[in-house]
Ligand binder design. Structure first.
Ligand SMILES: NC(=O)C1=CN([C@@H]2O[C@H](COP(=O)(O)OP(=O)(O)OC[C@H]3O[C@@H](n4cnc5c(N)ncnc54)[C@H](OP(=O)(O)O)[C@@H]3O)[C@@H](O)[C@H]2O)C=CC1
Ligand SMILES: O=C1O[C@H](COP(=O)(O)O)[C@@H](O)[C@H](O)[C@H]1O
Length: 501
């Protein structure tokens, strides 16, 4: 049992009957409890409109844990007794007093010193209103700490993000705001810093003298599922690039921070985002391409085109795929393209980073382009977690010939059961007050600034060829052309891939 009183707190989940709460938050809280990271001094209050009593709410929580891969143990009923539910419409100010009273009661019952965490697991249009009523109705407490966890999307563009930020800043200080980017909770995304800054063999090579290009792929085999209404307004650039992809870029490209504090790491990440070369609207098509999925076949199953998905405009021009080339204008990275691509209904669910190293100035084994195999460092972010290094070895029994050999380290092979989910890690960080793996407003603003130019170009220049990739493929041909123009190709993302091409 953990006696760390920093974890003594109440967690209020706005949107407690929703998908995120059920699929991610309840199982994460249970997992923390089961591991002894949360002791008995906590409470969870669920808020949503539908009428439920505490018992029905606790049954929902139990079901959500059962449906996750976490095994229920004997203490589950004690755990559930910490959960309470209040039903109200968050736009209705008067109910916040009831919430405050319940918080006070539970703080007494569970001996919680007034620490309050407010988790916004609801549509973003409510974020500003909730923050403002929490403050005006005195629900933010002056006895302990107050923290606000905000889900994505954080705005739709820079002006809307700025407005949202101003609204929540009226009630919460920047250091009380935890903007979630769940990629920052993934084990191998967190490992990027360790790979870079704890290994003498990588950091000396981590620059434009030795690296020829970097590729980041985050592909999904799923389509938009039941989120067509949101996604058709968002698109892949807002949904994945503005946040997750640019966060990975900044971790890969940042300078070593002077220490591992939140402020130092953030400051280095922000410098990368500032150094990304800005495009004019007219230049966007040289650097970014988009796609939309057509019908096709994934894992042997026929799937519909994006335009036939539920709650999607049948004439939609929303992109479900983006690929782009970024340049970072600084001493370390000038001249090294960073290619990113992400999309739905692609061949496989996979997130990988491939660092391709430059060729030797003179390779004694060179015979033709076909036998040139660049060294690669592959960071497998999901579903497999680990790193691979592709080197050149001797081809058996053929003198003077080389062949690529792959050295693998698998992170989740060691003990998968003990590997916490991203949400679990981030929730725990927020409870402890560690905001390193959350995004600062400056990062959000710089990312939107970059992405807004792309959308401006795309709005001016409507597509005529959507849908342009079949479901179950790696995206449209234009994404391959983007690299081919620079003499590169996308490295394959499947785990048993052949890296000899
Ligand atoms: N689901 C996911 O995997 C992910 C979600 N997110 C983000 O998380 C947030 C929540 O998403 P998700 O859980 O999928 O959404 P859902 O639509 O599943 O849930 C919305 C929740 O809000 C409640 N709600 C809606 N209107 C009101 C209101 N006026 N007053 C009180 N409660 C209300 C709903 O309950 P009721 O109808 O009972 O009021 C429900 O509990 C969004 O910002 C989303 O972008 C981010 C990443 C992944
Ligand atoms: O934020 C989002 O991420 C998911 C992909 O997350 P992952 O952890 O499964 O890689 C994506 O499906 C969703 O559209 C987006 O909103």
């Amino acid at each position: 049992m953990n006696n760390d009183n920093r974890t003594y707190c109440s967690i209020v989940i706005f949107g407690a009957t929703g998908d995120l709460a059920n699929r991610k938050l309840f199982p994460s809280i249970y997992s923390l409890y089961k591991k002894g990271k949360l002791n008995e001094n906590f409470s969870v209050i669920g808020v949503a409109r539908r009428e439920l009593d505490n018992e029905a709410f606790r049954n929902n929580v139990r079901t959500s844990i059962q449906e996750s891969k976490i095994e229920l143990v004997d203490n589950v009923e004690t755990f559930l007794s910490h959960f309470h539910y209040v039903s109200f419409d968050v736009t209705d100010k008067q109910h916040y007093q009831d919430l405050n009273m319940l918080l006070h009661d539970l703080e007494g019952q569970f001996n919680i010193p007034g620490n309050r965490m407010f988790y916004m697991a609801m549509a973003p249009e409510f974020f500003g209103t909730i923050a403002s009523y929490l403050k005006s109705e005195g629900v933010t407490n002056d006895q302990g700490w107050n923290r606000l966890i905000i889900e994505k999307p954080f705005g739709h563009d820079l002006p809307s993000a700025q407005k949202l930020n101003n609204d929540i800043r009226e009630a919460f200080q920047e250091d009380e705001i935890y903007r979630i980017d769940h990629y920052l909770g993934k084990a191998m995304v967190q490992n990027i810093e360790v790979i870079r800054f704890a290994n003498a063999i990588f950091e000396p090579l981590w620059n434009n003298r030795y690296i020829s290009n970097i590729q980041i792929t985050s592909s999904e085999s799923l389509g938009v599922e039941d989120r067509g209404g949101y996604y058709d307004q968002a698109g892949a650039l807002r949904d994945m690039v503005q946040n997750h992809m640019l966060q990975m870029v900044s971790l890969l490209a940042m300078e070593p921070p002077i220490s591992l504090t939140t402020e130092e790491i953030r400051s280095e990440k922000i410098k990368v985002l500032r150094a990304i070369k800005r495009m004019t609207v007219d230049e966007v098509d040289q650097y970014f391409v988009r796609g939309q999925y057509d019908e096709g076949n994934i894992y042997g199953k026929d799937v519909p085109a994006y335009r036939s998905e539920n709650k999607v405009d049948p004439q939609s021009n929303t992109e479900t795929f983006v690929a782009g080339k970024l340049s970072i204008n600084n001493f370390r990275w000038a001249g090294v393209p960073i290619y990113i691509r992400t999309g739905k209904r692609m061949t496989e669910k996979s997130t990988k980073v491939v660092i391709q190293f430059k060729e030797l100035p003179m390779n004694l084994y060179y015979k033709s382009e076909d036998n040139m195999h660049p060294n690669l460092l592959i960071i497998h972010i999901q579903p497999d977690e680990g790193i691979s290094i592709v080197l050149n070895g001797k081809k058996l029994n053929i003198p003077g010939e080389t062949t690529p050999v792959k050295l693998d380290y698998c992170n989740n092979c060691l003990d998968e059961s003990n590997n916490p989910e991203a949400y679990e890690k981030l929730l725990y960080d927020a409870i402890l007050g560690d905001s390193t793996n959350f995004t600062h407003w400056d990062e959000v603003a710089l990312s939107w600034q970059f992405v807004d130019t792309i959308y401006k170009a795309w709005e001016n220049n409507k597509v005529s060829d959507f849908p342009n990739y079949r479901s179950g493929t790696m995206g449209p041909k234009v994404a391959d052309d983007l690299l081919a123009e620079d003499g590169f190709h996308w490295w394959p993302i499947l785990d048993d891939s052949d890296y000899s091409i």
